[in-house]
Design a protein around this ligand. Structure first.
Ligand SMILES: C[S@@+](CC[C@H](N)C(=O)[O-])C[C@H]1O[C@@H](n2cnc3c(N)ncnc32)[C@H](O)[C@@H]1O
Length: 228
């Protein structure tokens, strides 16, 4: 059996990266101008094609095989749920859910989030709920810039508003996410250990079943904005 033996990311980095704050401030101050790729624009249009323009939007960012997105669509039947992943292979592995049984308020698209987030923001769209569940941790110290809180796209994530939730099995990732949010929002963002009684995603199930601790932060960006 190789299922419940996944490892916590091994890293020489034990706490928030010493350069995180400077990176976040730079990204908040400077425009991010990387050109958009055509396939992401097409995916973006596909993601909104079935939306009625009124239903609150839910984004499952980095949805993997999409089981979490399916669960979210069932939990919020009056919302339009978008599952985005860059891996076509993962998106194709939605078993055991035949297409005919998928909720109707759900769409999956293959796209790079770096463009997808910016396209949503460029259209002024706001999310009701935004899930970043078990993002690739990039645990090497030198890979700081690949983690979402330290990536130039981070300010666009904030612009989308709504209730933003990040979960990881690497406490440093969530600590950095909270630290970046605190810099941007100017207020403390609590985070902590999380008991996944009913795992929402396959990675959550795998990590839990391997006996690992899970970490979570959840922040209402609209309330944070209103309180500014
Ligand atoms: C560790 S998996 C977690 C999948 C799922 N959220 C779960 O919890 O089971 C991280 C996912 O993020 C996706 N991903 C990483 N970088 C991405 C990007 N720039 N754009 C879209 N998806 C990305 C990967 O393809 C992968 O499926």
């Amino acid at each position: 059996m190789t299922y419940a033996n996944s490892r916590i990311p091994a890293s020489a980095q034990q706490g928030v990266h010493e350069h995180l704050a400077a990176r976040v401030r730079t990204h908040l101050a400077q425009p991010f101008k990387k050109p958009l790729a055509g396939y992401n624009l097409a995916a973006y249009e596909q993601a909104l094609a079935g939306w009625d323009g009124r239903a609150p939007l839910v984004l499952d960012a980095g949805c993997g095989v999409g089981h979490g997105s399916i669960e979210l669509a069932r939990t919020f039947p009056d919302h339009w749920v978008i599952g985005v992943d860059q891996s076509e292979d993962r998106l194709q592995r939605q078993k055991p859910y035949p297409a005919a049984l998928l909720p109707k308020n759900l769409v999956f698209v293959r796209a790079d989030l770096v463009d997808f987030w910016r396209l949503l923001a460029a259209d002024g769209l706001r999310l009701a709920r935004h899930y970043i569940l078990y993002p690739n941790p990039w645990p090497k110290i030198g890979h700081l810039g690949r983690r979402w809180p330290a990536h130039p796209v981070f300010p666009f994530i904030l612009r989308l508003g709504g209730t933003l939730e990040c979960r990881s099995n690497w406490s440093v990732y969530v600590a950095e996410f909270a630290a970046a949010l605190e810099i941007a929002l100017g207020r403390a963002v609590p985070w902590g250990e999380y008991e996944a009684a009913s795992p929402l995603t396959p990675f959550e199930r795998k990590y839990r079943d391997s006996g690992q601790k899970l970490y979570r932060l959840c922040v209402d960006l609209d309330a944070a904005e209103a309180g500014k």
